[in-house]
Design a protein around this ligand. Structure first.
Ligand SMILES: Nc1ncnc2c1ncn2[C@@H]1O[C@H](COP(=O)(O)OP(=O)(O)OP(=O)(O)O)[C@@H](O)[C@H]1O
Length: 838
């Protein structure tokens, strides 16, 4: 105060201490340096004396309004001050962005002209700032500048296309003539279906499959769209025939009836443990009307000892994952397969993709051997078919399945729904028909630039859950486990706190401890769902593979009126957690979102799923169909949206449109843009104060996320893992679709921002990444050795790409080979987990 008063009595002389000094002598560079230093001190001195800050250097032309509004955006690193005089001499130069190397970042340059990108581009971005306050260099770039532009035009949908009511294609049949009894199902079983399972009439595929499999022992291929009731299509005939067998035995007084000791008659194989459990549940419900028949499961991740004990007690129908069944066939003597007359391979194509071919061959060989041995014995159960029926079942059957078919099928009948039973406009009736999604499913795609991905996802979900009842449950598909973990952490954190908080590490650290404690309690509840008490408190999130918390409230998605819970599911979680998480999600009657890898894409029948978001596109089009098929099941409505990046990814929409050969037009997939998603999700009042309001809100959100990540090393590590695994997973798109998902077109620097990272991708080190040991050493020595000086970052980026390519070829080769390759592949630890096999 005293100083201030004194200062008021001074007048600043027109000449004297603050006058510009003259610089003579030396060369031009030395004069320029001296001038610059003097100008700096001159400005500082003026500021100190007047208390008024000198105006900053003019902003580059490309920096937009969001960048100017820094006061609202929180602290930003100091940038070197340049005096107006100095700027007059040498006007602020707009950093070079439109040279050949940087075309992608000019908004008006078509994406087709883009070259491969490296993080180096980000540094040259004029809107990018470098912050060295946290030790390493940080890059804080603007969300809305230098994003690649879309290559396609937004065409407003015709109202008729969007709103026209569409007849569901997978609903139960409505004709009075189509009843379960008319297909050959006994009145007892039909009554059970109606009264206990609320199933009044069969679906089209059930009509076709049940009538065929009840009367005939031929092998069969069942193909029908997702959610059309394929599980019952193969289970009903098996149960019906076993009930008949039992009744015949009673009639002939051979024995009382079929019991658990009579032998194993049917085996159902499924690719994932979750699907096996689900099939077993449907079977249990069905068998309530035939209590003498007993079913059980043998699946990976469960205790073999208790499975053996169950098998010893006697079983009539077995649901299994191939690996575990092959194991039991080898080591469990009590497992007698000589009476097996039905073998079902559910999701046959997936079984092949996962490389179970050799296990399946082993199982089939074992069954054949035992059957042949039995033919010599006169001990065959009277009435039991002499031949075994093998059934393959999938919504998407391709070459792989046919190869699988060669192993186990003979003269198989191709069962599809009768064209007369199909909804109008449903796929053409020819053999090479494309696979299709349920007709009533409303599909859209969102064109979102890499930097905007995270804020767009949050906005999209915020909007979806804004009104209670509009979306009850949603599933978000993400490419790999590490990325699921990262997004789960973000969605279940209080970002408002991060927004308000300073970046003081210690303070944030304390808050973190409290929050994780709360989450830990929720984790305990998770365990209790499974009927087990947790042994100890869940571990703090330092290693995502050990996280016991799989669901928590999502503050950033919950409106004032209700809570939204976020769940996570992937193959790296212990089996008990996977089971309890799905059970909890299924039972939850409140709005909820499940973040999942493809472990949830096949066959899972989760109730009330209204929305599927493919945040990362599937690795193959068939997987896309299975993912979106988690909604719009059995005639119900559903919505699906796939996120695509501007540029080559946009072309993928044309592929998706051909899913269904629906005349010449194909299916309608509406388009949304990031701006629209952000406006709808973030400007909740509905009226924008000014055009850039949504940009400010999105920037606030992004900065909150970045601060949240910076606040603890564990979070940063999780972000880096998520990012790196994401890039590696990106390289595993099937070869036919790699033109749309081209790793070389992926902007690594921009993508890092969507993982809340402020560092260069090339400099990231992630200890314990789930990617298999020795990955780093795969880098060619030449590249490692050459990384010096200015070309270091470019070389490192190239090395990262090379690294990804190594994964890519390895992945592709391993996926194609059978068991030996798969085992090797699994041994690459994280890879199995990362891509969630089994
Ligand atoms: N006849 C029926 N009437 C009404 N609902 C049915 C009928 N049959 C099956 N469903 C219901 O339809 C849903 C989907 O069944 P299911 O899981 O067997 O489909 P799917 O064809 O195997 O799907 P996916 O290809 O995704 O595995 C389930 O909720 C099931 O209860």
């Amino acid at each position: 105060m005293a100083d201030d008063g004194m200062l008021l009595n001074f007048s600043i002389p027109d000449s004297g201490i603050l006058n510009k000094p003259q610089f003579k002598g030396g060369n031009w560079k030395q004069r320029q340096t001296a001038k610059k230093a003097a100008a700096h001190w001159h400005t500082k001195a003026t500021e100190r004396l007047t208390g008024v800050r000198a105006p900053k250097a003019p902003l580059p032309l490309s920096v937009n309004a969001t960048d100017v509004n820094r006061t609202e955006l929180g602290p930003r690193p100091e940038r070197p001050h340049r005096s107006p005089e100095y700027d007059n001499d040498r006007p602020a130069k707009r950093p070079r962005v439109s040279g050949d190397n940087h075309k992608k970042f000019d908004d008006d340059v078509p994406a087709a002209d883009f070259r491969p990108h490296t993080d180096a581009n980000v540094v040259k971005n004029p809107a990018a700032k470098q912050d060295t306050s946290k030790g390493g260099k940080q890059i804080i770039s603007s969300l809305f500048s230098f994003n690649p532009t879309s290559t396609t035009q937004t065409q407003p949908a015709k109202p008729s296309e969007e709103d026209a009511p569409v007849e569901p294609s997978n609903a139960p049949l409505t004709s009075e003539l189509d009843t379960f009894t008319s297909l050959g199902i006994s009145p007892t079983l039909a009554a059970h279906l109606l009264k206990k399972m609320d199933l009044k009439a069969p679906t089209a595929i059930q009509k076709a499959a049940v009538s065929q499999l009840i009367k005939d022992d031929s092998d069969a291929f069942i193909q029908a769209e997702t959610g059309s009731g394929k599980t019952l299509a193969y289970l009903l005939p098996i149960v019906q025939r076993l009930m008949e067998l039992s009744a015949n035995m009673r009639k002939r007084k051979v024995d009382d009836s079929v019991s658990r000791d009579s032998g194993l008659f049917a085996i159902i194989l499924a690719p994932t443990r979750e699907l096996s459990k689900q099939i077993a549940n449907v079977l249990d419900n069905l068998l309530r009307c035939a209590h003498w028949l007993v079913a059980t499961t043998v699946i990976g991740g469960e205790k073999k000892k208790s499975e053996k004990a169950r098998l010893r007690k006697g079983i009539n129908i077995l649901v299994a994952t191939p690996g575990r069944l092959a194991d039991h066939l080898e080591h469990t003597k009590a497992l007698d397969v000589s009476n097996v007359r039905w073998l079902v391979l559910d999701e046959g194509d997936r079984l092949m993709e996962l490389g179970f071919e050799e296990e399946i061959q082993k199982i089939v060989g074992n069954l054949n051997l035992r059957m042949r041995a039995q033919k010599d014995e006169a001990s065959r159960i009277p009435g039991l078919p002499a031949k075994r029926t093998t059934v393959l079942c999938s919504a998407t059957m391709k070459l792989d399945v046919e190869r699988l078919g060669e192993i186990s099928l003979k003269d198989a009948v191709h069962i599809r729904s009768d064209p007369a039973d199909r909804a109008e406009g449903e796929g053409a009736d020819n053999e090479d028909q494309a696979f299709f999604a349920p007709a009533q499913l409303k599909q859209s795609f969102a064109v979102v630039a890499p930097k905007l991905r995270l804020v767009s996802l949050i906005s999209f979900l915020k909007r979806a859950f804004a009104r209670k009842g509009s979306v009850m449950k949603a599933i978000v598909f993400i490419s790999c486990a590490d990325s699921v973990d990262f997004h789960f952490d973000i969605l279940t954190s209080n970002l408002e706190e991060a927004k308000a908080a300073t970046t003081d590490d210690t303070k944030e650290g304390t808050k973190e401890g409290t929050k994780e404690g709360t989450k830990g309690e929720k984790g305990e509840k998770d365990e209790e769902v499974d009927g087990k008490k947790p042994k100890k408190k869940p571990v703090v999130q330092s290693d995502p593979t050990k996280i016991a918390v799989t669901h928590a409230e999502s503050p950033s998605l919950s409106p004032h009126t209700h809570k939204v819970t976020t769940y996570r599911l992937h193959g790296s979680l212990p089996q008990s957690l996977r089971t309890s998480t799905l059970a909890h999600f299924t039972k939850n009657n409140e709005p909820a979102v499940l973040l999942a890898t493809d472990v949830a894409s096949r066959g899972l029948d989760l109730p009330n799923v209204d929305l599927v978001v493919e945040f990362d596109p599937a690795f193959a089009r068939e997987d896309h169909l299975h993912r979106i098929g988690r909604t719009a099941r059995a005639g119900r409505d559903g919505r699906a949206c796939i996120f695509l990046m501007p540029g080559c990814e946009e072309g993928y929409v044309d592929i998706l449109k051909t899913d269904r050969k629906d005349g010449e037009t194909g299916i309608h997939i509406s388009r949304q843009d990031a701006d629209e998603i952000l406006k709808k999700g973030l400007v909740t009042s509905g009226v924008m104060k000014d055009k850039s309001e949504y940009m400010e809100k999105a920037t606030d959100l992004q900065l909150a996320v970045e601060r949240w990540a910076l606040a603890s090393p564990a979070r940063l590590e999780s972000a880096r893992r998520g990012y790196q695994s994401h890039v590696r997973a990106y390289a595993t798109h099937v070869a036919a679709e790699r033109g749309y998902f081209d790793i070389k077109q992926l902007h690594l620097g921009h993508l890092a921002k969507a993982f809340a990272l402020r560092e260069r991708p090339s400099g990231m080190k992630v200890p314990g990444l789930r990617t298999g040991a020795g990955r780093e050493s795969k880098k060619p020595a030449k590249i490692r050795g050459a990384a010096t000086g200015a070309n270091k970052s470019a070389v490192a980026s190239k090395a990262a790409l090379e690294d990804t390519k190594v994964d890519d070829t390895e992945e592709a080769a391993k996926m194609r080979k059978a068991v030996r390759a798969r085992e090797k592949f699994m041994r690459h630890a994280g890879m199995a987990d990362e891509f969630n096999l089994g």
